[in-house]
Design a protein around this ligand. Structure first.
Ligand code: SF4
Length: 451
């Protein structure tokens, strides 16, 4: 079968042969080198040394709040499921101590331009708990007046009291986990949040003056059909979030055991790709700009301006306008990115607790980047952000040769060292990025599918 994708300015044809060639296991390139290539030779001592280096780069802070009341079957995050909220004060105390340890290593002149709470479910914590945590973070670091301050919201547990607290604290970016509005799909993935609940939350956000809302959607979930997903997209468009992330369902049952319950029930290959194409068609027809990979934004959103002026960047939280900032992550599993290094915190609560109790930064592993890594990371980053990059023809002669079959398939145009992905190539941009990845091993099954 051939799939036709009708976009405002062009129509793209994808044959099953082409789809089979490019629907492969591939990294998502939230980092390069990707995390399987980090190790424990990079630990606390190395991370402390990097933190202590003088730098005038601004800061982006991420705090991981891993708790949830129930486990959604599709979940790919690092979560601690506690229906009765036990142990949360203890976690917040640990996090506050980690904030103190990290802030103690960093020059007070470095401004925080971006702050984000992710999870888990940040609004699993009470408004009072969140206010206490954020107040402490503000005291520990200097925030820029126009800092971007964001949080992920679960519509099932977020109250108007949460929104009032977030507004009072200066939060200005809210991201709602929506996934899909179809009741059968919600039942199957064990995450029930009727349209009315999300609509009410959006209205409450708007009433309080929040002007930047993002919806996370997922395609490739069990029971999704083109008809049901089209209906979900229509409902999303009617609610008019400024940004939409249309994530491919990362089916990794070998890592996330609860996903095993979905084995054999999820759309794969062509059926899954059709859902993405439908989302792409409907969102662009509704006026959203396709930023790249899985992100869309309304034309007056900062992401579109950043893509136009060259300041777009991609990090662990997706696309951001804050290029040039060092990302400091705190909490279990947090991943920091400081110019030439990545460092990841312990994933388990026990190891994290033991490290903090002993006065250590809770670093599990990381990596220091070589000049070649930096060069390749920049190329991959430019491909993901702009779909285009110029490379040194001699240094990358092998890569340019390996891109030729992709060019023959219509994924990109190569002119000397200038590479420009077509719209089709932007859909499969991870496959183009893989050509520049020196660490890829034949064991690609560790990554999720490109479609
Ligand atoms: S609420 Fe989010 S983090 Fe928690 S289990 Fe569901 S998908 Fe995972």
């Amino acid at each position: 079968m051939t799939i036709k994708i009708s976009l405002p300015d062009e129509t793209i044809t994808v044959t099953d042969e082409l789809l089979a060639r490019y629907d492969v296991n591939a990294p998502r390139y939230t980092s390069y080198p990707t995390s399987p290539h980090w190790d424990e030779t990079f630990g606390e001592a190395q991370y402390r040394a990097v933190l202590a280096q003088p730098s005038d780069r601004p800061l982006s802070l991420y705090m991981h709040l891993p708790y949830c009341e129930k486990l959604c079957l599709f979940c790919g995050c690092n979560v601690i499921v506690r229906p009765h909220h036990e142990g949360t004060d203890a976690y917040l105390q640990l996090l506050q101590r980690e904030i103190g340890l990290v802030a103690g290593q960093i020059s007070a002149d470095r401004e925080v331009v971006q702050f984000h709470w992710g999870g888990g479910t940040p609004t699993y914590f009470s408004p009072e708990q969140l206010t206490g945590l954020f107040t402490l973070a503000r005291q520990a670091f200097s925030f820029a007046d126009d800092a971007e301050i964001g949080v992920e919201l679960d519509p099932r547990v977020t109250t108007t009291a949460h929104l009032d607290a977030l507004k009072a604290l200066g939060f200005n970016r809210l991201s709602l986990g929506v996934q899909d509005f179809n009741p059968d799909v919600q039942q199957m993935i064990k995450r029930i949040q009727p349209l009315e609940q999300v609509t009410a939350l959006v209205a409450a956000c708007r009433e309080r003056g929040f002007t930047s809302l993002n919806f996370d959607l997922i395609y490739g979930l069990p029971l999704q059909t083109p008809e049901s997903f089209a209906d979900t997209i229509d409902k999303v468009v009617a609610l008019a979030p400024e940004r939409i992330a249309l994530f491919s369902f990362g089916f990794v049952p070998w890592v996330k055991r609860q996903q095993q319950a979905l084995e054999g029930k999820i759309p794969l290959g062509e059926a899954k790709f059709e859902l993405f194409c439908l989302g792409l068609e409907k969102l662009t027809a509704a006026g959203y700009v396709y930023i790249g990979m899985d992100h869309f934004a309304l034309p007056d959103d900062e992401l579109c301006a950043a893509q136009a002026d060259g300041s777009l960047h991609r990090n662990f939280q997706g696309y951001t306008t804050k290029s040039g900032a060092d990302l400091l992550a705190m909490g279990v599993t947090g991943i920091s990115e400081l110019h030439r290094t990545y460092a990841q915190n312990f994933r388990g609560l026990d190891e994290y607790t033991a490290a903090i109790d002993a006065g250590h930064l809770p670093v599990l592993r990381g990596i220091g980047l070589t000049d070649e890594d930096i060069l390749r990371r920049d190329i991959i980053g430019r491909l993901l952000c702009y779909g285009a990059v110029s490379v040194d023809e001699q240094h990358f002669a092998d890569e340019l040769a390996r891109l030729q079959p992709l060019a023959d398939d219509g994924l990109l145009v190569v002119d000397g060292g200038n590479i420009k992905a077509t719209t089709l190539g932007r859909i499969f941009i991870r496959v183009i990025a893989m050509v520049f990845d020196q660490y890829l091993t034949p064991d690609g099954t560790r990554h999720s599918r490109t479609v």
